[in-house]
Design a protein around this ligand. Structure first.
Ligand SMILES: Cc1cc2nc3c(=O)[nH]c(=O)nc-3n(C[C@H](O)[C@H](O)[C@H](O)COP(=O)(O)O)c2cc1C
Length: 245
């Protein structure tokens, strides 16, 4: 997770050498413990100078003209507004993924696993098909390996449906599968109901309220990573490498 790690601004003072405390309330965290240079209190400012957060967005559909991609494009657009983020969109139709257990050279799975494995966070966007998330999305998950490269990664969920109850069932089932494979399925999944009235045929969102909600899928994920993962990564590095001089 090198991409979450960035420049250190350090100033230190002696403290009791007990345990480790993380304090992100001021955009810094405090590590307290036995450092290589002795007991210290260290404050480290988080900046995104040295790297970016790499996010992968996976569209769970191969249907021509699908609305799932129109919805996830808003998430991608929101992510791209953030200079500390890089985004890659994965379209399962381009990957030649195999059915689970079928003989194959596994090239599609290798490419998929490399991309998802290198990401700090993932957005899964699925249509609701027959009361569940799509078979294409399940096929993506089947091709992520065992143990899955999604394990331990934060995953934000987006579902779209033609029906008036939205993609609630898809999202609940997708959350369950994500949890099963060890992914961290974030709270606040977003479901779009009546999607064919919410987007026009060119993929433009016609409802500002829905658009705002969908864009939050992006910030929900990046906020989680910055608040919960970046401090842990920096702390681990600090404990391993010591305080930069
Ligand atoms: C095979 C199939 C099954 C579908 N099942 C449902 C469903 O159970 N509930 C629903 O609200 N819409 C259902 N739809 C409609 C989709 O939700 C609709 O196409 C919507 O635009 C999202 O899918 P898309 O990304 O393919 O456009 C189904 C569509 C297909 C192609």
């Amino acid at each position: 997770m090198h991409s979450a790690v960035s420049q250190y601004n350090v100033h230190s003072e002696s403290v009791d050498p007990f345990g480790v405390i993380i304090d992100t309330t001021r955009g810094t965290f405090v590590a307290r413990g036995m450092m290589p240079h002795g007991p210290k209190r260290t404050e480290i400012a988080m900046t995104s100078e040295a790297g970016t957060l790499s996010i992968v967005v996976i569209n769970g559909t191969v249907r021509p003209g699908n609305y799932t991609s129109a919805a996830s494009a808003l998430v991608v657009d929101e992510l791209r507004k953030d200079p500390g983020v890089t985004v890659e969109v994965i379209d399962p139709a381009t990957l030649n993924l195999s059915l689970p257990g079928a003989p194959s050279n596994g090239e599609g799975a290798k490419v998929l696993q490399a991309k998802v494995g290198a990401a700090v966070g993932v957005v899964l966007a699925t249509p609701e098909y027959h009361g569940s998330f799509s078979a294409a999305m399940k096929l993506v998950i089947e091709n992520l390996g065992f143990p899955s490269v999604l394990s331990g990664k934060p995953v934000a969920l987006l579902g779209v449906a033609a029906g008036s109850i939205g993609a609630i069932k898809s999202l609940e089932q997708l959350r369950s599968v994500c949890s099963h494979i060890g992914a961290i399925a974030l709270p606040l999944p977003v479901s779009i109901a009546n999607v064919q009235q919410v987007f026009d045929s060119a993929g433009r969102c016609l409802d500002p309220g829905t658009e705002k909600l969908v864009r939050k899928v992006a910030t929900n994920l990046t906020d989680y990573i910055r608040k919960h993962l970046c401090p842990a990564v920096q702390l681990e590095r600090l404990l391993r490498e010591g305080i930069p001089s």
